[in-house]
Design a protein around this ligand. Structure first.
Ligand SMILES: Nc1ncnc2c1ncn2[C@@H]1O[C@H](COP(=O)(O)OP(=O)(O)OP(=O)(O)O)[C@@H](O)[C@H]1O
Ligand SMILES: [Mg+2]
Length: 394
């Protein structure tokens, strides 16, 4: 693999494993900071490969390929959590500086490990159990109430690997696979949440941490479609508890870089507004895209600062509200023609597209809009995203 061209002046090279939109959106801040990125991409037309000159194509499950890539980087971080443990182990053994460290990353890679660890820390979680038998599923469902939520511990994203089931019979194939692979399945009570929230924090190897305000995330068919920053009408005590929990998780797990903690807001317990944790992600996260335009320091810049152990930037929001609407792939293959209308209609809309081919339901971009009138911002963000997607036509 050829090495990335280093900028003069002693600036580092940050390697990112995975060439998706999260790696791509680090490119702007990296360019501004004079930091060189190098991306281990799935293909030469991967989202990040289209904008990062040093984007060797390689397989993140092949230890030798990942190691060859890491040789040219000062620190290495991740676009996704799918790098297998044996590859991570080799990188650690070879002295590659990984952020987050695999000992932390485990808890974002494996939902069963995450549940065990958070429960051990006393962080509120839905009731859960590890299982690979139909008898356990039935006993759990009878105890917590049907339906229950089944999750494959590894490899899920955008709701893939998550199923709501009304009886054990619906899980036969998953249980057989879990038993034969020895992986187990995660079963959770179905939480009747008031809404979904997320807390995003960044933590550096020196232990400095910074938190953005708690946001509300809206999922449609298991995919995040909208984020409102900060979460409207959020109880101040819940907000403080949630930020405290996220900072504590970051510290206890020794997370470096950005950590997202997905939450369910639930009915108050003993008069105190409450949440349970859904899951963790240790990388920039969809719930933080608003910060690119809505905060003094966006999550992609902050992630770079954190993995380089630089002092963190202020996470303070610029405006009262920022709304982010995701652009999902629809029927229209041509996206650019929509720009003329979207930009003319709303000069305040900030459009971010990922250079990805259109597939129905795939995240291909997002729109941020900030201001004072939340209902108006939501309508405008949804309109712009929907217009690019082709579901809004006027
Ligand atoms: N225990 C639960 N009770 C109710 N709804 C749940 C539960 N677990 C998950 N969900 C719903 O399913 C969505 C996806 O679940 P989860 O975040 O575990 O999956 P994922 O595929 O890893 O997600 P991501 O889109 O964050 O990659 C959640 O955002 C939530 O809407
Ligand atoms: Mg999730």
């Amino acid at each position: 693999m050829t090495s990335p061209r280093r900028a003069p002046g002693g600036f580092p090279v940050v390697g990112i494993i995975g060439g998706g939109q999260l790696a791509r959106m680090c490119a702007g801040p990296a360019a501004e900071l004079g930091v060189t990125l190098s991306v281990l991409a799935e293909a030469d037309d991967a989202s990040a490969a289209l904008v990062v000159p040093s984007s060797p194509v390689g397989d993140h499950t092949e230890a030798e390929e990942v190691h060859a890539f890491a040789q040219h980087c000062d620190v290495v971080t991740f676009d996704h959590e799918h790098v297998p443990p044996h590859v991570l182990d080799l990188l650690v053994a070879e002295g590659v500086e990984l952020h987050p460290h695999p000992a932390a990353l485990r808890f974002a890679q494996d939902k069963l490990a995450m549940r065990e660890r958070l429960t051990g820390l006393g962080v509120p979680c839905p009731r859960w159990v590890r299982t690979d038998t139909a008898a356990d599923v039935t006993a759990f469902g009878d105890a917590v109430g049907w339906p229950v939520v089944a999750k494959t511990p590894r490899g899920g994203y955008d709701g893939k690997g998550v199923r709501v089931v009304a009886d054990a019979g619906e899980l036969t194939a998953w249980l057989e696979r879990a038993a034969s692979e020895g992986s187990g399945l995660l079963l959770e009570e179905r939480v009747s949440f008031r809404r979904e929230l997320a807390v995003l924090v960044a933590r550096s190897p020196s232990g400095q941490a910074a938190a953005w305000p708690v946001v509300e995330t809206v999922q449609t068919d298991g995919i995040c479609t909208e984020v409102i920053a900060p979460a409207p009408g959020l109880d101040a005590g819940l907000s403080a508890d949630a930020v405290h929990a996220a900072l504590r998780v970051a510290g206890e797990l020794d997370v470096t870089g950005v950590l997202a903690v997905e939450l369910f807001e639930v009915e108050a317990v003993d008069g105190r507004a409450s949440f349970v944790v859904n899951e963790l992600a240790m990388r920039p996260h969809n719930s933080g895209h608003w910060s690119m335009d809505g905060a003094v320091t966006g999550q992609f810049e902050q992630h770079l600062r954190a993995v380089l152990d630089l002092p963190l930037g202020s996470p303070r929001p610029h405006d009262r509200w920022t709304v982010m609407a995701n652009v999902l792939g629809g029927e229209l293959p041509d996206l650019y023609p929509a720009y003329r209308h979207v930009m003319a209609r709303d000069p305040e809309a900030k459009v971010h597209m990922y250079g990805k081919g259109v597939r129905p339901g795939r995240k291909i971009g997002h729109v941020n809009i900030s201001g004072d009138d939340l209902a108006d911002l939501r309508e405008r963000a949804a309109h712009a995203a929907g217009y690019i997607q082709g579901v809004v036509t006027e």
